[in-house]
Design a protein around this ligand. Structure first.
Ligand SMILES: *[C@@H]1O[C@H](CO)[C@@H](O)[C@H](O)[C@H]1NC(C)=O
Ligand SMILES: *[C@@H]1O[C@H](CO)[C@@H](O)[C@H](O)[C@H]1NC(C)=O
Ligand SMILES: *[C@@H]1O[C@H](CO)[C@@H](O)[C@H](O)[C@H]1NC(C)=O
Ligand SMILES: *[C@@H]1O[C@H](CO)[C@@H](O)[C@H](O)[C@H]1NC(C)=O
Ligand SMILES: *[C@@H]1O[C@H](CO)[C@@H](O)[C@H](O)[C@H]1NC(C)=O
Length: 538
């Protein structure tokens, strides 16, 4: 444990001030393999992010330089220390331990502070009269499913090695400290903020993350195809971490970078944003909201989005949808005023549609207290497998979007109570089950369960460097710095992680999948009847 209990104060007035709340619906992606996607990426870079991207390349290179190990002066931040210990042994709860970010300790580009993480922290603080931790939300049960494949075989060094083929980086944790070997730069700062998130987890639960060795791929699409690892002579699949999966792949899903901020398009870290979303929802009650389905995003990333635009209102047709292009060049120039969250929770219905894979926008849409019209998704991320149709969202057909949206809007406007309830259930889910505490607990349990499967003792790879929050945050500037400071875990938490729920048994899993499919079929049936009746009367 750290010798003293410390509090610290930031003397960086600028960091928290003038913090403009903005939100955009991000619909971007990058992929290295296919030609289609490289074109897309190019298009995307040129068209949508040119300004932001150039600017952040500069910022990013600072971080990367420091990760690569070139010395950089680290005097951007200063901290002061105030000792808060009382002179007597306290009976009351101890003041919280805080681990200040120490940017003045010299050669941080080479070494992380020694004695960084307090040891045996739970023993000293946690055995007090604390309420027992709650059971984790249901979506944690999917951790068992994602790791099930390796239950029998365990995870060997060879399997991990095989996952390197597409990985952006390897992360190794040994004795509670983190090491990283970078293979390929990720798009924008995805990898930097993903690693930042893991480092915050280490600050939150110091010494509690077991030794492990993993490969992380920051590209959108899942790549470990189930079909390649089935059959009697199949080899065990490589365990590969990424942000989303689908039914045909075996990649392990992990929370995406946006929970700690998306600097390039000015999406703030989730914790603060979640509060703002809650406040924002009070501005306009559901009944006073526009009785249309709203979507704003970048259509060129996927054919299905271009198809969606056909449902926009015109002189000839009104499908009940109001759809808008996100003009990133303009947004960037004008400081993201038009992508402000408040202006996006003004409709009774909000459409969610995937981009080239899952989209980080889903949580922002579900949080709006509006009825989410969810165009049939193909991908899942770590929490979306818990969402139930007609309970959390309204399912929209992919192959008949306009008529499906029209029916949903008509249904909602004639079942206002029920429509509001669904919107509320989704927002409650986001506010409660997807709060940052649970995002960390998900990471905690996933990594712990993964580590249990390791069949070898992880060692620090030769080319890996030690990483800690200082290495990333001290040399950072601009939004990256701002978001890192805002999302930094100040010190160990005094609550234990939630209790991991038991795995689904085969029957329960089957029932769940069936229940979902049945509610979707039910809606499609209502929809069919509605349109049959419409044709009859017209
Ligand atoms: C930062 O690190 C330096 C060198 O290790 C040490 O002397 C200093 O006390 C540290 N500052 C804080 C606030 O912990
Ligand atoms: C930092 O460490 C490197 C390599 O160990 C060394 O060459 C350099 O002089 C050090 N810089 C400072 C400011 O101590
Ligand atoms: C599996 O391996 C065995 C023995 O090498 C071979 O006889 C059999 O044809 C293989 N089966 C498949 C499906 O490849
Ligand atoms: C959809 O229609 C509205 C209203 O006419 C218009 O303002 C908007 O630009 C249209 N969206 C697209 C993507 O064309
Ligand atoms: C069929 O449509 C008519 C006219 O739009 C409406 O009055 C009637 O309630 C509808 N019936 C059903 C079963 O939806």
């Amino acid at each position: 444990m750290r010798e003293s209990l410390q509090r610290y104060t930031w003397h960086e007035a600028g960091i928290y001030r003038h913090f403009r709340e903005t939100i955009c619906l991000p619909f971007l992606t990058a992929r290295r393999s296919s030609q289609r996607s490289s074109l897309l990426l190019l298009f995307f870079l040129l068209l949508f992010f040119s300004g932001a991207f150039l600017a952040t390349r500069l910022l990013d290179s600072t971080l990367l330089t420091s990760i690569a190990g070139n010395p950089t002066p680290n005097t951007i931040l200063t901290t002061t220390t105030t000792h808060v210990y009382p002179s007597e042994i306290p009976k009351k709860p101890l003041p919280k331990i805080q681990i200040p970010l120490n940017c003045t300790s010299g050669n941080l580009t080479r070494t992380c502070p020694a004695n960084y993480y307090p040891k045996n922290f739970f023993h000293s603080q946690d055995d007090r009269d604390r309420p027992p931790p709650a059971t984790c939300p249901d979506y944690f049960r999917w951790i068992h499913e994602d790791l099930r494949l390796w239950k029998k075989t365990g995870i060997t060094r060879d399997m991990v090695q095989r996952a390197q083929k597409t990985a952006n980086f390897r992360l190794v944790i040994v004795d509670g400290r983190a090491y990283m070997e970078r293979y390929a730069r990720a798009f924008q700062t995805r990898d930097v903020f993903t690693v930042w998130g893991i480092l915050q987890l280490l600050r939150r639960y110091p010494g509690k993350i077991p030794d492990l060795d993993l490969m992380f791929d920051c590209v959108d699409w899942p790549v470990v195809k189930a079909v390649d690892y089935s059959g009697p002579n199949a080899t065990a699949p490589p365990p590969l971490f990424r942000y989303c999966g689908d039914d045909a792949t075996l990649d392990i899903v992990f929370p995406d970078w946006s929970f700690w901020g998306w600097a390039e398009i000015n999406i703030k870290p989730w914790e603060g944003l979640l509060e703002e979303l809650k406040e924002g929802n009070k501005r306009k009650r559901w009944m006073e909201r526009e009785a249309y389905a709203y979507w704003k995003g970048n259509p060129v990333v996927a054919a299905t989005r271009v198809d969606l635009l056909k449902c926009n209102v015109s002189d000839k047709q009104d499908w009940g949808a109001r759809l808008y292009n996100q003009d990133w060049i303009k947004e960037t120039r004008e400081g993201y005023k038009q992508s402000d969250l408040a202006s996006q929770c003004m409709h009774r219905y909000k459409i969610y549609i995937e981009g080239s894979a899952w989209s980080v926008s889903e949580k922002y849409i579900l949080a709006c207290n509006s009825l989410t019209l969810l165009v049939k998704p193909h991908y899942y991320d770590f929490f979306t497998r818990s969402l139930m149709p007609v309970h959390h969202y309204w399912p929209i057909r992919e192959d008949d979007k306009c008529r499906s949206i029209k029916f949903a809007v008509e249904w909602g406007n004639s079942h206002k109570q029920k429509a509001q309830e669904i919107g509320k259930a989704a927002s409650d889910f986001i506010q409660e089950d997807l709060k940052m505490d649970y995002v960390y607990d998900y990471m905690f349990h996933l990594l712990s369960e993964y580590a249990k499967l390791m069949r070898y003792k992880p060692t620090i790879p030769k080319r890996a460097i030690e990483i800690c929050s200082e290495k990333l945050a001290c040399p950072a500037i601009g939004s990256q710095k701002k978001f890192m400071m805002e999302s930094m875990v100040k010190g160990p938490t005094d609550v234990r992680p939630c209790n991991m729920p038991t795995p689904y048994d085969a029957l329960a899993l089957h029932t769940l999948v069936k229940r979902k499919a049945n509610s979707i079929s039910q809606v499609e049936l209502w929809e069919k009847r509605y349109w049959e009746n419409q044709t009859k009367h017209n």
